[in-house]
Design a protein around this ligand. Structure first.
Ligand code: NI
Length: 133
């Protein structure tokens, strides 16, 4: 891969953010940070496409909180064509962990993952996808 140089103009607040990114990730220089951001964007764009992928949506929540179990169930029933299996583990007296195995087009899984992970009461939510075709 050949290296090309180009100039970048940034507002100072963006430059501060870039410096913070360099420091936090221990990048050797700003170029590495920009490369990291471009790669991250490439991956995210890929996840919005029609490619067939498989994935896991991992959810951690307190089952006492509001009606979270009902809402999680409702959404999963609405998207049952994407869901292969669900495993529920009772981590402690109040916290539950659920792994939802999914398969479908990347954008569909991204939408489902966003819906589940953004539910009020979800302490931690993450969708991981991998190519399935
Ligand atoms: Ni539980």
């Amino acid at each position: 891969m050949s290296i090309k140089r180009f100039g970048v103009s940034l507002d100072s607040e963006y430059l501060t953010e870039l410096e913070y990114l360099v420091k936090r990730n221990k990048f050797p220089n700003r170029s590495q940070a920009i490369r990291f951001l471009i790669e991250k964007n490439m991956v995210e764009t890929k996840w919005e496409c029609n490619n067939m992928v498989a994935g896991i949506i991992m959810l951690v929540y307190d089952h006492h909180k509001s009606d979270i179990c009902t809402r999680l169930h409702e959404i999963q029933h609405q998207h049952r064509e994407l869901i292969l299996s669900v495993q529920h583990v009772h981590i402690d007296s109040k916290n539950c962990m659920e792994s939802v195995m999914v398969k479908g087009q990347a954008y569909q899984l991204t939408e489902l993952g966003d819906k589940l992970c953004s539910l009020k009461g979800i302490r931690h939510g993450k969708l991981t996808m991998t190519a399935a075709g």
